[in-house]
Design a protein around this ligand. Structure first.
Ligand SMILES: NC(=O)c1ccc[n+]([C@@H]2O[C@H](COP(=O)([O-])OP(=O)(O)OC[C@H]3O[C@@H](n4cnc5c(N)ncnc54)[C@H](O)[C@@H]3O)[C@@H](O)[C@H]2O)c1
Ligand SMILES: [Zn+2]
Length: 357
């Protein structure tokens, strides 16, 4: 078992990574005494696949447990789902001695974390991420929340889990497109923070795509280490944490212009290549390095080109109204080297045009 720690003083928590950990969650929870009983929250897909295993694991450890579900998909990451689940918790008599288990991808993690933060003004929760994206990104760091029709993730709060339990074997059931979504974020960590990790990814592409357990575990552990370090330095995204948005400013514009038909990870992949073009254009990043990032993404089967049918003007409008733009000025994370980036809002429109070409 690999054990990492997110060092946030009184909100510090462990990340445990192990093959087959799903079956041992009950035992781990018993040891840690986070809550007296648990309510697992999962979407219908995940509940059907893994809900029973986790329930059994808690029962084997004599921990009272219930399972609540919601319909899968981003469309259900909303206030209506939160309210429905909160009412179910109330009907089950859940109180502040009890805890939630977010079982599933980022959607379940974001909903459950938010619900845990606001139900009875806060009850403990743990994350059991089952998509690659959730294992390397959304389960660590304490961002929780839901979408409203006016925008994604507009309602939410920072609320850290008490522990994160990662079982890499669950990824074998993940649809390939969902794996790719997570891989874009994995590449992101290499470019923003760690050149050695970037080279590791390039050298192990085949084993990663084949989901070789030891390699996948190493990748997940490495990404969680980086995310933990960034979150420790800047929990509430005042500064450093913004580097995690590498590829995301343009990626969000791609996502929005495609009416969310292009999935987040694919859009981020396109966004990373586009923003590298800006960095090269500004003379900050060597063209040869930009080519290497592009080749790594392509090697994983990720898209690297802004699709021709997306409206460039509309994308630029989205950039201005992005919730992270300040006074209509978007900021960009530009690589200086592989493993080192800079945050800037000084990018000429001509460079943006060239990047979206
Ligand atoms: N909180 C954060 O810091 C943060 C960071 C990044 C993304 N997010 C959020 O995460 C969400 C995206 O997360 P996601 O990509 O995990 O989506 P998701 O939770 O919708 O999962 C994708 C699909 O995979 C299915 N699934 C999950 N695990 C599976 C498995 N092991 N085998 C087979 N199918 C499985 C799910 O049922 C779902 O249909 C977005 O809402 C995004 O805003 C949050
Ligand atoms: Zn992302």
């Amino acid at each position: 078992m690999k054990q990492l720690q997110v060092g946030l003083e009184d909100r510090a928590y462990p990340i445990l990574i192990k093959e087959g950990l799903l079956a041992e969650i009950g035992k781990e929870l018993k040891l840690r005494q986070i809550a007296k009983r648990y309510i697992i929250i999962a979407d219908d897909n995940v509940a059907e696949r893994f809900g029973g295993h986790v329930v059994e694991s808690l029962r084997n450890a004599d921990i009272p447990v219930d399972l609540l579900t919601f319909g899968h998909g981003e469309a259900n990451k909303n206030m209506a789902t939160v309210e429905k689940l909160a009412r179910e918790l109330a009907r089950l008599g859940v109180d502040r001695q009890d805890g939630l288990i977010a079982l599933g991808g980022g959607v379940s993690g974001d909903i459950t974390g938010f619900l845990a933060a606001i139900y009875m003004r806060g009850i403990p929760f743990v994350q059991v991420p089952t998509t690659l994206l959730a294992q390397v990104d959304s389960s660590v760091g304490g961002k929780t929340g839901v979408d409203i029709p006016e925008g994604k993730n507009l309602v939410g709060c920072f609320y850290q889990p008490k522990a994160v339990f990662v079982d890499s074997t669950v990824l074998t059931e993940l649809p390939h497109a969902e794996l790719l979504n997570g891989l874009a974020e994995v590449v992101k960590y290499g470019v923003i923070y760690d050149a050695d990790f970037f080279h590791f990814l390039a050298a192990n592409q085949k084993s990663i795509l084949a989901l070789e357990p030891a390699v996948v575990e190493a990748v997940v552990a490495h990404c969680c280490t980086i995310k933990a370090q960034v979150v420790e330095a800047d929990e509430r995204e005042a500064d450093l944490r913004r580097i995690l948005n590498y590829g995301h400013t343009l990626g969000h514009a791609v996502e929005a212009a495609s009416n969310f038909e292009i999935a987040h990870g694919m859009a981020v992949s396109i966004g990373m290549v586009a923003v590298n073009t800006i960095a090269v254009g500004k003379g900050l990043f060597a063209e040869e390095k930009a080519r290497r990032v592009k080749e790594l993404l392509q090697g994983f089967g990720l898209p690297v080109q802004v699709p021709a049918d997306l409206d460039r003007q509309q994308m630029k409008e989205f950039l201005k109204t992005d919730k992270k733009s300040v006074a209509g000025k978007p900021f960009f994370i530009l690589p200086l080297q592989i493993g080192k980036v800079v945050i800037t809002d000084e990018v000429d429109e001509a460079l943006i045009d060239a990047a979206l070409a």
